[in-house]
Structures are given as C-alpha cells and as structure tokens.
Ligand binder design. Structure first.
Ligand code: IPE
Ligand code: IPE
Ligand code: MG
Length: 246
C-alpha cells in the first residue's frame, strides 16, 4: 500500500500541482549505460512507474498522466514494439488489482483501436473496475499523439456543425477542450521530462498551454519517488502568471 501522507510535507504555502504529467524518456540510454538490451531498459522503466505513482499519492496530487507510448513509437523496429506491448500486458495483468485496492482510477488516452484486442479489453476492464476510485486518477497515454487527438476533436466538432447540433459561433475553447480525450481532466500544472531531452514530442499540445516544465537529466529507469517530491518542490518555487502583470 502507498502510505497516506499528504502535501503537508512541503515547506510552501502554495498548493501542490493538481495534475502532473510525465514524459518517461531514456530507457534506451539506460540500457546502453548498463550494457543490457533495450528490452531490459523498458522493463526497468516499467518498474519506475510505481515510483511515480507513490510519489504522486504521497504528494497529494490528484491527476498523474504518464506518456508510455506515442503514436510515433509505432515506427520503431517491430521487435521493440512487441517488447513494449508485452510489458504493457504484463503490467496491466499484474497491477490493476493493486491500483484498485489503492483507490486509484485508471484512464487511458490515445488511439486505443491500434492496440491489440486483448490489450484493449484489459484496458476497458481496468477502467470499469476503477471508475469510482478517487484517491488519484492515473492517466496513461498509449498510442497517443496530440495532433491526432486535436484532429479528431476538429472532425467531431465539424460533424456537429454539419448536423446542426452546434452553431459556428458556439465553437469555444471549452468546446474544444471537452472534445479532446482529456475531457474532464484539468490541464497539467507541471510537465516533467526525463533523459535530458527538452521537447514535447507530440504530448498534450493543447493542454500544455500554461504548464510549468521541468527537464531532468535522470534516465527514466532511475526515477524515484524522491525525485518526484523534488520536482513538486521545484514547481512550488515557480510564479505562474497566465499573462497577467506580476
Ligand atoms: C522511453 O525510452 C520509452 C518509450 C518511448 C516507449 P526510449 O526508448 O525513448 O529511450 P531513449 O530515448 O532511446 O533513451
Ligand atoms: C516520447 O519519447 C514518447 C514517450 C516517452 C512515450 P520519444 O523517445 O519517443 O521521443 P523523441 O523521439 O525523442 O522525440
Ligand atoms: Mg526516447
């Protein structure tokens, strides 16, 4: 079980981020450093997910989004893709009951129809099982691409305009937000990327409009909950302005 400590541990009056999103990068470089296979790197990376979840629960964060597989990652060698899908199967079959016991709600965003049918089924079952949990919402981005997500939203809205359900003047930022797969999930306050890369790689492009960014040199398999807490501490030193005068 994850201990039920709260954000009281932080020395700041500012509130902890409600939503933290993580681009879990660097499994391949970790494998090179450790002189093991890429598959081993991904396996170690999947174990670090637990650290992020425990950190988020301890910190009192309400939403944790993890970028696990991008729409572009399908272009990797087939062997690597099937290693990753195998790990995903293993992870879902082993962790779902535990997540449920911990009061964690699971939600998957991304083009799920591209996933193997058995994985789609496991995802649907896990979402249904954990739907009423409220301690933390764990969003996993799988076969996810923000441009694809925005394109789908545009089509969805266009169809509504075409059918007369929505008037052109009624297309608003709120309507766009609620046509995305992240409907109902607040925008991320903090986006962390590991491995030293400083880019979004097609992650939450719309939702990241006012996110704070933190780029860490640590490789994802080396991620710990202590690093998560340090990231939250760092976030607490930021001044968020949203375009207003300081
Ligand atoms: C992140 O690690 C995992 C996925 C993108 C699925 P990488 O495999 O991208 O690791 P690097 O960037 O090559 O080190
Ligand atoms: C982004 O990492 C996707 C995930 C972490 C799942 P990549 O390693 O695929 O991104 P690029 O290719 O370095 O931009
Ligand atoms: Mg990478």
């Amino acid at each position: 079980m994850v201990p039920d400590t709260t954000s009281a541990a932080y020395s700041s009056s500012q509130s902890v981020p409600q939503h933290v999103a993580v681009i879990m990068d660097g499994n391949g470089r970790w494998a090179v450093r450790e002189k093991v296979s890429r598959g081993q790197g991904h396996k170690k990376g999947s174990e670090a997910v637990r650290q992020a979840i425990e950190g988020a629960v301890e910190a009192g964060v309400s939403y944790l989004t993890l970028y696990a597989f991008s729409s572009e990652n399908w272009n990797r060698p087939q062997e690597e893709v099937s290693d990753l899908m195998g790990l995903l199967r293993f992870y879902l079959s082993r962790e779902i009951k535990r997540l449920h016991k911990e009061g964690i709600k699971l939600k998957v965003i991304g083009h799920r129809e591209r996933l193997a049918e058995d994985i789609q089924k496991m995802v649907a079952q896990a979402e249904a099982l954990t739907a009423d949990n409220s301690r933390l919402t764990l969003v996993i981005a799988l076969s996810y691409g923000a441009r694809e997500e925005i394109t789908e939203a545009a089509k969805h809205i266009a169809a509504k305009v075409q059918s007369g359900d929505v008037a052109l003047e009624d297309i608003s930022e709120d309507l766009v937000s609620s046509s995305l797969q992240t409907k109902g999930i607040p925008d991320p306050d903090l986006i962390i990327r590991t491995s030293g890369e400083q880019r979004l790689s097609n992650f939450l492009l719309w939702q990241a409009a006012y996110a704070e960014f933190l780029f860490l040199d640590v490789l994802w398999p080396d991620f710990t909950k202590e690093i998560f807490h340090e990231a939250v501490q760092n976030y607490l030193t930021r001044e968020r302005r949203y375009g207003a005068r300081p």
